[in-house]
Design a protein around this ligand. Structure first.
Ligand code: C5P
Length: 240
């Protein structure tokens, strides 16, 4: 049985490989994240096919960032497909423009706070104000919510702090950087298990390689949804 708290990061090269994977997974996965890596490989067409022909939910991970008019126009076009989630960078003017572009559609805008690949030295180079990254993440999340974000994408380590914000009430928290106990971490450094991420306040977990690189992707996905349904994984978010 599928559980839409699990989102599969479909980081395969093209739409044909993605369609084959989705067919192999069948009803074990109901939510797919399609991002920039598949943009030139038919990613948007695959997103629409998975939604329209297979009844799947789609997270378009486009991390848009531009002047407000351009963000609004790009979001208006992408949101016309009524996919579930679309990411933009969490600067308030970007989020506000995205919220305008998505108005009247079913697309929820998720804001990126600070990319988890960045450390303090990277922020210094980019002239970002001093302070602990975790504090900046929480502040940016609050401002993104105020600007109209429907949710935040963040590391599981940041989920509890963001969930505690008054502005986060009723908003979605989506966390990549999730690994089943004992799985290969790949290049992810600060990981939690799916049930730990849910317990920390995540509504959805994004998992890629532990599923699509597995010998049996369907069994890997089913093991994750089973783990999320264990008693330890009770979400503090009253909305769900
Ligand atoms: O294979 P893995 O489970 O590490 O894939 C995680 C997915 O989430 C990838 O698509 C990656 O780009 C994305 N992601 C992430 N960390 C972020 C934002 C997105 O791992 N901070």
């Amino acid at each position: 049985m599928s559980d839409d708290r699990l989102i599969l990061a479909m980081d395969v090269p093209n739409a044909l490989a993605g369609l084959k994977l989705a067919e192999d997974l069948g009803d074990a996965v109901s939510f797919y994240k399609i991002g920039l890596g598949m943009l030139t490989g038919g990613g948007l067409a695959l997103a629409n096919e998975l939604k329209d022909e297979h009844g799947k939910k789609i997270f378009l991970d486009m991390k848009l960032f531009d002047i407000p008019a351009t963000v609004e126009a790009a979001v208006r076009g992408l949101a016309s497909f009524n996919h579930e989630f679309l990411t933009v960078h969490g600067d308030p003017y970007v989020v506000r423009a995205a919220a305008n572009g998505a108005a009247g559609t079913n697309t929820n805008i998720l804001a990126v706070t600070i990319l988890t690949s960045l450390d303090r030295a990277d922020l210094d180079t980019a002239l970002i104000k001093p302070g602990e990254i975790v504090d900046l993440v929480q502040e940016r999340a609050g401002r993104a919510f105020e600007a109209g974000a429907n949710g935040i994408i963040c590391s599981p380590q940041e989920a509890a702090l963001i969930r505690a914000l008054p502005e986060a009430d009723g908003k979605r928290i989506v966390t990549p950087g999730v690994r089943p106990a004992g799985a290969d971490k790949g290049d992810q450094k600060r990981v939690m298990t799916p049930s730990q991420a849910i317990a920390a306040g995540a509504d959805h977990v994004v998992v890629g390689r532990p599923i699509w690189k597995a010998d049996n992707p369907k069994a890997a996905a089913q093991a994750i949804t089973a783990e999320m349904s264990s008693p330890q994984a009770v979400s503090p978010n009253k909305m769900h």
